[in-house]
Design a protein around this ligand. Structure first.
Ligand SMILES: Nc1ncnc2c1ncn2[C@@H]1O[C@H](COP(=O)(O)OP(=O)(O)OP(=O)(O)O)[C@@H](O)[C@H]1O
Ligand SMILES: [Mg+2]
Length: 271
């Protein structure tokens, strides 16, 4: 595709060249077993913002977010074209170490994925892959990151208990603490609150709003009121394409596309 055509596409998607973007998908298409799942995606993920992807089931939200730290590499039959740039470098370059990439671009999944070990060992699980810690450092890293997710007061007296003994909401905050312990720049979250009760969901939302000062957040949700509460930037996807992207207020108050208006109005979109 010519550069002129690519730029036109970016403008059509409501995106311009943002110097503050940390991650960019450029003309990204993904096929799984010859089915086109992502169709020429151009997306700028903005630094220190909650960038929120919404759209109907099967739109390709998870496939897109999983492309950003190459977790998709594990999917059989998947093929990608185009590029993803992280601070200017292509993450698909041959010399990119995926373990390093995932330490810079962490991921939190829909269901809290705790390991069958202690609370403390869960916090340290990722960072231990990257460096050896003394016992004192282990305690310091655990305390710092459990405090960051507001879990310290609840678990400081039981760090050696099994992580599975925590509630689902506490487990999800523990997963976020584990991700933070590796000191990523970007955090990808794929519907992290959909398995949680409203109180636990609210505490994760509050946490993300605090975290954006230090991290860039790319967040998938099905929940339109949640997107309204926490998003800074909104990306509306349907049928493998970005239909519209821009500041949240713009998409909610002045959508340019009829499909966006319908979807955000909680109607069935026909895109
Ligand atoms: N491993 C796979 N093999 C075959 N098809 C897949 C695979 N993973 C995803 N797909 C297909 O890709 C399309 C997009 O799926 P994806 O999970 O990215 O959608 P989504 O927007 O995250 O949906 P949901 O909101 O239900 O989570 C769907 O049609 C899905 O069936
Ligand atoms: Mg999904």
């Amino acid at each position: 595709m010519s550069e002129k055509h690519s730029t036109l596409k970016l403008i059509q998607n409501g995106l311009s060249k943002h110097p503050e973007s940390v991650l960019k998908a450029i003309n990204l298409s993904v096929w799984i077993n010859d089915s086109l799942i992502l169709n020429d995606i151009n997306l700028y993920v903005k630094r220190n913002r909650i960038n929120c992807i919404i759209g109907p089931s099967g739109a390709g939200k998870s496939t897109l977010i999983r492309s950003f730290n190459r977790i998709n590499d594990e999917t059989d039959g998947l093929r990608a074209k185009g590029s993803i740039r992280f601070n200017g470098s292509d993450i698909y370059d041959k010399d990119v170490d995926t373990s390093w990439l995932r330490s810079r671009i962490g991921m939190v999944f829909q269901k809290p994925a705790v390991f069958p070990v202690s609370i403390k060992a869960n916090v340290l699980m990722g960072i231990r892959h990257h460096r050896k810690l003394t016992r004192l450092e282990e305690l310091q890293v655990s305390e710092k990151n459990l405090k960051a997710v507001s879990l310290w007061a609840e678990v400081s007296h039981r760090l050696d208990d099994k992580a599975s003994s925590l509630s689902a909401g506490q487990q999800q905050r523990l997963c976020i603490a584990r991700t933070l312990a590796v000191e990523p720049r970007v955090i990808l979250l794929d519907e992290p609150t959909s398995a949680l009760d409203p109180v636990s969901s609210k505490s994760i939302e509050d946490l993300l709003i605090r975290m954006k000062q230090n991290y860039t957040i790319l967040f998938v949700t099905h929940n339109i009121p949640q997107a309204r509460r926490i998003a800074d930037e909104l990306i509306f996807m349907c049928d493998g394409k970005i239909i519209e992207a821009g500041p949240k207020k713009q998409l909610f108050n002045h959508p340019r596309k009829e499909a966006t208006k319908k979807y955000l109005g909680e109607d069935i979109c026909d895109c």
